[in-house]
Design a protein around this ligand. Structure first.
Ligand code: GDP
Ligand code: GDP
Length: 435
C-alpha cells in the first residue's frame, strides 16, 4: 500500500533533525536493531493516530560544499518532488530571515500543502513572536518546541488533515517489486532484460505521478509491478547523482514493494551502502531476493558459487532467509527464474498458519528442546497465534517476556521455517505475558 509522505524543509539549525527524530522516534524504538545498519536522519516511518506515513528530513541530503542558497533550494525541490505534505520549519530566535523567504519562494510554486511551524518556542513568552511569520504567506504559523516536544501533536494533526485521502490501491493485487543496488551493478540492464522476456501491460488506470513511472508486466499468469528505482529513469535533476538521494529513493521504493531484489555485482562484492539498504528492507519486513549479477564476468570453478554464497551469507547474516540467485543480464543466464522466485517470496510473505497447526509445531519443538530456565525460572510458552502477514507476524504468550531470549526466539523462528515455506520473508515474533 502506498503511504503518504511528509518532508521537512527549512534552513540549517532551525531544528529539522530534532523534529524528524521526534516524529519517527516513537516507532523506531519498537523495531529491533539490525547489526551493521547505520541509521541516519534521512528517511523514516512514523505513525500518528493510527495513520502511517513516511518522513523525509531534507537536511539529511547534503549536497557537498555547495553554497547555502543552492543547498536549501535543492532540498526544497526534493521535498516538492517527493512529498505529499511539506513541513516548513523556521526558528523563532531569528525572526523571518532571507533564507526563510527564499524557501518560501520555492514552496509557493509547489502545488503541495505546506504547514508552517515555528520551532524553539520553548516558553509562553515566545508565543507572541510566532505571529510575525504570517508574513511568509502560509497561513497560521504553529508554535513548536523540538527540545520539549511541545506543539508536535497540533502540527501532526495539521499534517494528517492535509494528506490526500487514503487511496488504497485496493483493486491492484499485482506483485510489487523493486531492484535495489548501487550504481552500475546492472539494475537497468536487468530491468530491460526482464521486460524483454515478458509481456508488458500498458495500464489505462490513472495513477499519481509517482506511480506513473511503474511498469506492469505479466508472467506465469500473474501481474507484476516493477517499481521505479533511483538511477533507472533520470528526470534531469541536479541532485539525482548524489549518494544520499539514491539511498532515499531506494528506501522509498522498498516501502512500496512486496519483494525487494537486492542486486549485487559479482565483480565487486558487497559494500557498506548495500548493507544499509538491505537492512532497511529487512526491518521494513519486505520479502528479499539476493541477485548476484554479472555472473558471466567471473572465471568459475566448482567452488565459485558456494564461496560467493558463503561470502554473502557472512556479510548479510540477518538475511539468512533470502534466496540467492546468480544471474547475468548480459547472457540472460537464469533470468527466467526471477519471476517465479519473486512470486514465491510474495506468497510466503502472505502465508497464514492456523493457530491449531502452529501450536502443534510449537508443542513438539518444546518437547524436543525444552524451554530454558533463567535464574531459576523456567520459560513457559502457552500459546502462539499469527496476527498478520507481510511479514508473517506471530504473538507468543509466555509466563515472563524477559525469559524469551533472542536465542529461543531464533529457535522458534527456525522451527517455523523448517515446517512451513517462509523462504524470502522476514518473520516477526512478539512476546506477550499471559497470567
Ligand atoms: P537542523 O539543522 O535544522 O536539522 O537543526 P537541528 O535539529 O540539528 O537543531 C539545531 C540546534 O537547535 C540543536 O542544537 C538543537 O538541539 C537545537 N534545537 C532544536 N529544537 C529546539 C527547540 O525546540 N528549542 C531549542 N531551544 N533548541 C532546539
Ligand atoms: P545500473 O546503474 O545498476 O542501472 O547499471 P547498468 O544496468 O547501467 O549497468 C552498468 C554497466 O554494467 C553497463 O555497462 C552494463 O552493460 C554492464 N552490465 C550490466 N549487467 C551485466 C552483466 O550481467 N554482465 C556484464 N558483463 N555486464 C553487465
Amino acid at each position: 500500500m502506498t503511504i503518504p509522505t511528509l518532508a521537512i524543509v527549512g534552513r540549517p539549525n532551525v531544528g529539522k533533525s530534532t523534529i524528524f527524530n521526534r516524529i519517527v522516534g516513537t516507532r523506531q524504538a519498537i523495531v529491533e536493531d539490525t547489526p551493521g545498519v547505520t541509521r541516519d536522519r534521512l528517511y523514516g516511518r512514523a505513525t500518528w493516530l493510527t495513520r502511517e506515513f513516511a518522513v523525509i528530513d531534507t537536511g539529511g541530503i547534503d549536497m557537498g560544499d555547495e553554497p547555502l542558497v543552492q543547498q536549501i533550494t535543492q532540498q526544497a525541490e526534493i521535498a516538492i518532488d517527493e512529498a505529499d505534505v511539506i513541513l516548513f520549519l523556521v526558528n523563532v530566535e531569528n525572526g523571518v530571515t532571507d533564507a526563510d523567504e527564499r524557501v518560501a519562494q520555492i514552496l509557493y510554486r509547489a502545488d503541495k500543502p505546506v504547514i508552517l511551524a515555528v520551532n524553539k518556542v520553548d516558553n509562553p513568552e515566545r508565543r507572541n513572536d510566532v505571529f510575525d511569520y504570517y508574513s511568509l504567506g502560509f497561513g497560521e504559523p504553529l508554535p513548536l518546541s523540538g527540545t520539549h516536544g511541545l506543539g508536535l501533536g497540533d502540527v501532526l494533526d495539521a499534517v494528517l488533515a492535509a494528506f490526500p485521502d487514503d487511496q488504497a490501491d485496493a483493486e491492484d493485487d499485482s506483485v510489487k517489486f523493486s531492484l535495489i543496488g548501487r550504481p552500475n551493478v546492472g539494475k537497468s540492464s536487468l530491468v530491460n532484460a526482464i521486460l524483454g522476456e515478458n509481456r508488458v501491460i500498458v495500464s489505462n488506470i490513472e495513477g499519481t505521478t509517482r506511480d506513473a513511472i511503474d511498469t506492469h508486466f505479466e508472467a506465469l499468469g500473474t501481474e507484476f509491478t516493477m517499481i521505479d528505482t533511483a538511477g533507472l529513469r533520470k528526470r534531469g535533476k541536479v541532485y539525482e547523482n548524489t549518494e544520499k538521494y539514491a539511498v532515499l529513493r531506494a528506501m522509498r521504493a522498498i516501502d512500496r514493494s512486496d519483494v525487494v531484489l537486492m542486486v549485487l555485482n559479482a565483480e565487486e562484492g558487497i559494500r557498506e551502502q548495500d548493507k544499509r539498504v538491505a537492512g532497511y528492507a529487512h526491518e521494513a519486513g519486505r520479502g528479499i531476493v539476493i541477485v548476484v549479477n554479472k555472473w558471466d564476468t567471473l572465471d568459475k570453478d566448482m567452488h565459485t558459487m558456494q564461496d560467493f554464497e558463503n561470502h554473502v551469507r557472512d556479510q548479510f547474516q540477518y538475511l539468512d532467509y533470502a534466496p540467492i540467485v546468480f544471474v547475468s543480464a548480459k547472457t540472460k543466464q537464469r533470468l527466467d527464474q526471477l519471476p517465479r522466485l519473486i512470486m514465491q517470496v510474495a506468497e510466503n510473505q502472505s502465508r497464514r498458519i492456523q493457530s491449531s497447526v502452529l501450536n502443534d509445531v510449537i508443542n513438539e519443538a518444546i518437547t524436543v528442546t525444552p524451554t530454558p530456565t533463567i535464574n531459576g525460572k523456567r520459560l513457559r510458552i502457552y500459546y502462539m497465534t499469527q496476527v498478520s502477514i507481510k511479514p508473517p507476524t506471530f504473538i507468543v504468550f509466555v509466563n515472563d517476556v524477559e525469559l524469551l531470549h533472542f536465542s529461543y526466539q531464533r529457535f522458534i523462528i527456525n522451527r517455523l521455517r523448517e515446517t512451513f515455506d517462509f523462504e524470502g520473508t522476514p518473520i516477526h515474533l512478539i512476546a506477550r505475558r499471559r497470567q
